[in-house]
Design a protein around this ligand. Structure first.
Ligand SMILES: *[C@@H]1O[C@H](CO)[C@@H](O)[C@H](O)[C@H]1NC(C)=O
Length: 417
C-alpha cells in the first residue's frame, strides 16, 4: 500500500518535472545564444597559413589594436561576439573565423592582403572577398552561406525561370551554353569576381534558353527594376569581356540599399552626393512612390549620371531614428532628397502639403534640377548677400514681415492703453 502510494506520487512528480522541462517552453523557435565555447581564432604569424589552408572559407576581422578605454574594449568584444555567434550557428559548415590585430599582427595582415582596418575579409580558394555590410550575425550568416554556394546557379525548368524573373531587385546575368565544358567556363570564372553581390545564372537547356530569348553563348544582363535585359556585345565572350561589362554597368539607375553591402553602395557616390529615396514597400504610399520611382528609372536607364538609392526603412530599424534626426525627416512618409556624403547635409523634395505623391514627370523635373545643380545641398548653408539665393531671401523676408506685424500689433495695443 505504502509502496503503491509512493509510486503514484513519484509518477506525479516525474510528470511535473517533465512538464517543467519540455512542456512549458515550446520547441521550434530557439534563438541561438552564445554557448561560451571559443571558436574565433586569434590569428598570428604562427597559425595564419594553416588557417587559410584548413577551411573552405576563412573569415577574418581586421581590427584596430585593443584600446585601453573600457567602453571601447566592450565594443571590440561585441564585434567578436558577432563572429562567435556566427561561428556557432555555422558550426557544421567548413568555415573558420579569426581576428587580426592591426598593430600586433600587421605583418600577417600585409601577407594576407588585409587593407582596411575595421573590415571583414573572406578567403575562398584563392580569392579575397571583402564584406561591406552591416556587421550583425544575421547579415553575416546570410552572406557567408551565399559565398559558400557555387557562384553560378543553373536554371533547368519553367519554375526556376519564374523565380529568376521575379528577382527584380538584383543585378543578374544569365548565359546559355552547351555544357560544363564550353564557354561556360569563362562565364563561371567571371562570376567569381562578383560573388555574392551580383547573381550569375546559366542554362544548358534549349527550351529555357528559348523562353529567355537566349542564343547559344549569349549572355544577358538584367539591371534591377528594368523590364528588358541588355545583351552583352559579342559571342562567345571571354572572362574579361564579362568582367568589364559588369564593372561598367553595375551602378544601377535605381538600386536598393541592402544590409549585406550597404557600405559599398554608400561609398559609390555620384561626385559626393547620393539621391536617396525612402519608401516602405509595405506601406500604400511607399509602394505607390516606389512604382513612380521605377517608372522614372526605366525612362532614364541610359543616363549614366543618374542613380537613385532606394532605402526601405523597414530593412534598417536600427538606423531609422538616426536618419530622421540627421536628415530632419518623417520616415513614415515617402521622401526623396539629395545627401552630401561628406557632411550628411541634405535637401528634400517638399511633398508634405500635397495629398498626392508627385507624378513621374514632376519627379523627373526635380531630378533634372539635382543633376544640373539647381537643387543642391549647399545653397542654404548661410552666407549673406548671395544674390542667387532668391528663395531663401524670400523666406527671410516673410519671417521678418511676420515679426514686424507682431510689433505693429503690440504698438496698437500700447496706443489703446
Ligand atoms: C559636400 O560638403 C562638403 C563639406 O561641407 C563640401 O566641401 C562639398 O562641396 C559638398 N559637395 C557637394 C557636391 O555639394
Amino acid at each position: 500500500m505504502l509502496q503503491c502510494r509512493f509510486s503514484i506520487l513519484s509518477g506525479l512528480f516525474l510528470a511535473e518535472v517533465f512538464f517543467f522541462f519540455f512542456g512549458s517552453a515550446e520547441e521550434g523557435l530557439e534563438f541561438p545564444n552564445f554557448d561560451g565555447k571559443d571558436r574565433v581564432l586569434d590569428i598570428n604569424e604562427r597559425n595564419y597559413k594553416k588557417a587559410v589552408r584548413r577551411f573552405e572559407l576563412l573569415c577574418l576581422f581586421y581590427h584596430e589594436p585593443v584600446p585601453n578605454h573600457k567602453g571601447l574594449q566592450k565594443r571590440l568584444q561585441m564585434t567578436e561576439l558577432v563572429l562567435e555567434l556566427t561561428a556557432q550557428v555555422l558550426e557544421n559548415k567548413d568555415i573558420g573565423f579569426g581576428m587580426v590585430d592591426a598593430q600586433r599582427d600587421f605583418k600577417v595582415a600585409q601577407k594576407l592582403g588585409l587593407v582596411e582596418v575595421g573590415s571583414l575579409y573572406v578567403f575562398k580558394d584563392d580569392r579575397i572577398i571583402e564584406f561591406d555590410g552591416e556587421l550583425s550575425a544575421d547579415t553575416l550568416v546570410e552572406f557567408l552561406l551565399d559565398v559558400l554556394e557555387d557562384p553560378v546557379e543553373m536554371i533547368k525548368n519553367a519554375m526556376e525561370i519564374r523565380a529568376f524573373e521575379r528577382m527584380e531587385e538584383d543585378i543578374r546575368l544569365i548565359g546559355y551554353f552547351k555544357g560544363e565544358d564550353s564557354y561556360f567556363k569563362a562565364f563561371r570564372e567571371a562570376s567569381e569576381h562578383f560573388q555574392p553581390y551580383i547573381k550569375f545564372f546559366a542554362t544548358f537547356d534549349k527550351s529555357v534558353a528559348k523562353h529567355l530569348s537566349l542564343k547559344m553563348n549569349q549572355v544577358n544582363f538584367y539591371e534591377p527594376f528594368m523590364e528588358e535585359p541588355a545583351v552583352l556585345p559579342g559571342r562567345p565572350l571571354t572572362e574579361l569581356d564579362i568582367v568589364d561589362f559588369v564593372t561598367q554597368h553595375r551602378r544601377a539607375t535605381l538600386r536598393k540599399l541592402r544590409a549585406e553591402n550597404m557600405f559599398e553602395t554608400w561609398e559609390d557616390d555620384m561626385d559626393g552626393i547620393h539621391i536617396v529615396a525612402f519608401a516602405e514597400e509595405e506601406d500604400p504610399d511607399g509602394y505607390e512612390f516606389l512604382e513612380i520611382l521605377k517608372d522614372v528609372a526605366r525612362d532614364n536607364t541610359n543616363n549614366p549620371e543618374l542613380s537613385i538609392v532606394w532605402i526601405d526603412p523597414d530593412d534598417f530599424p536600427l538606423l531609422t531614428t538616426y536618419w530622421e534626426k540627421t536628415f530632419n525627416l518623417d520616415l513614415f512618409r515617402p521622401q526623396i532628397g539629395v545627401v552630401n556624403v561628406t557632411d550628411a547635409d541634405s535637401v528634400w523634395l517638399d511633398m508634405s502639403n500635397d495629398e498626392d505623391l508627385p507624378t513621374a514627370e514632376e519627379l523627373e523635373d526635380w531630378i533634372e534640377d539635382v543633376l544640373s545643380g539647381r537643387v543642391n545641398t549647399e545653397d542654404d548653408d548661410g552666407g549673406f548677400g548671395d544674390d542667387e539665393e532668391e528663395e531663401e531671401e524670400e523666406e527671410e523676408h516673410q519671417g521678418y514681415d511676420r515679426e514686424e506685424d507682431r510689433g505693429e500689433r503690440r504698438d496698437q495695443y500700447e496706443d489703446e492703453d
